[in-house]
Design a protein around this ligand. Structure first.
Ligand code: MG
Length: 312
């Protein structure tokens, strides 16, 4: 299927709309202002002024309106480690997965996986998805619900009580993450049936051999067309979208914890985190503090010291 995107002026956009008005179809996706379906081409106009032509007649229709720049994958200038990816990778139908919360003393680890079909790539970009490391928490809070409404996805939240239990019985964070990624991918694949992605891209936190060693005891191991890369959120929008969804789930959980602890729970693992942990320990006790933290972090000992000093 061919795919052409043009960026047009407002006056031109009006002409495009008028031209295809007979073929107009309703599309309620956020960011879309007009859509039309011809026998061999779908035309989608976005708020930003981008017009996408998809299907066998894409080049023909696009050539009526401008220079038909074929969508060519951006050369990835990012320095990544991991698998060699097919040349056209950014434009393929891919499930991406990513996690967050692993370095935060308070709050859960969250993992999300989501599927972006090739004809949804433009829409996902339209919703503001870029490399999520460049996005703020506030912008992700706005974008995530739209992405979740649009994309087939799965998001897993590992609460600290369970995390501390599994970790205490000897599982490394790497193993915990691998199990969660495998689980999230499994869910998305199941929801998509009978459709299949061209590839699955995991934002690499462990090399392939280590990843699969972590999950070797699982009943179902997702292995087909799985690729690994670092900085994967810059390689395919599905990973960027997954990263935003995972972050959103993490932030919502932090809101909930702040609520029950009656204080704003900080992210990260800094000295400020020790301070707040000490406060919570003195006010609500050890069991409560443990239930909302990754207990094996060095922050626990530091917070205890602070609390003891304060008590004496
Ligand atoms: Mg990551």
């Amino acid at each position: 299927m061919s795919n052409v995107v043009l960026l047009l002026e407002a006056s031109q956009i009006e002409k495009v709309k008028a031209h295809y008005t007979k073929f107009k179809v309703e599309r309620s996706a956020p960011g879309v202002v007009f859509a039309a379906k011809l026998s061999d081409t779908t035309v989608t106009i976005y708020k930003s002024g981008k017009v996408m032509f998809q299907g066998n007649g894409a080049s023909r229709e696009a050539s009526l309106w401008g220079t038909a720049d074929k969508v060519t994958p951006k050369a990835t200038s990012v320095n990544t480690k991991g698998d060699l990816l097919p040349p056209n990778f950014a434009n393929l139908s891919v499930i991406g997965s990513d996690e967050t919360g692993t370095g935060d003393y308070f709050g859960p680890i969250t993992v999300a996986a989501c599927f972006v079909r090739e004809d949804q790539i433009e829409l996902v970009k339209e919703l503001g998805v870029k490399d999520s490391k460049m996005l703020t928490d506030d912008s992700m809070r706005i974008m995530a619900p739209e992405l979740m409404a649009t994309l087939t996805h799965s998001v897993l939240i590992l609460k600290n009580e369970k995390y501390n239990d599994i970790q205490g019985r000897g599982s490394s964070q790497g193993k915990i993450k691998a199990l969660m990624h495998n689980q999230a991918l499994k869910h998305v694949l199941k929801k998509m049936v009978p459709e299949k992605p061209a590839y699955i891209l995991i934002d690499q936190f462990a090399e392939r051999g280590i990843y699969y060693n972590h999950i070797k005891a699982e009943k179902e191991i997702i292995k087909e067309n799985v690729l690994f890369s670092t900085k994967a959120e810059q390689i395919h929008v599905s990973v960027a979208a997954a990263s935003i969804i995972a972050r959103y789930a993490f932030l919502k959980e932090m809101d909930r914890l702040s609520n029950i602890a009656n204080t704003t729970i900080p992210k990260g693992a800094s000295a400020k985190v020790d301070e707040i942990a000490a406060k919570i320990y003195l006010k609500h006790g050890e069991t409560f503090l443990k239930s909302i933290t990754k207990w094996h972090f060095a922050n626990t000992q530091k917070a205890m010291k602070l609390a003891n000093k304060r008590r004496s």
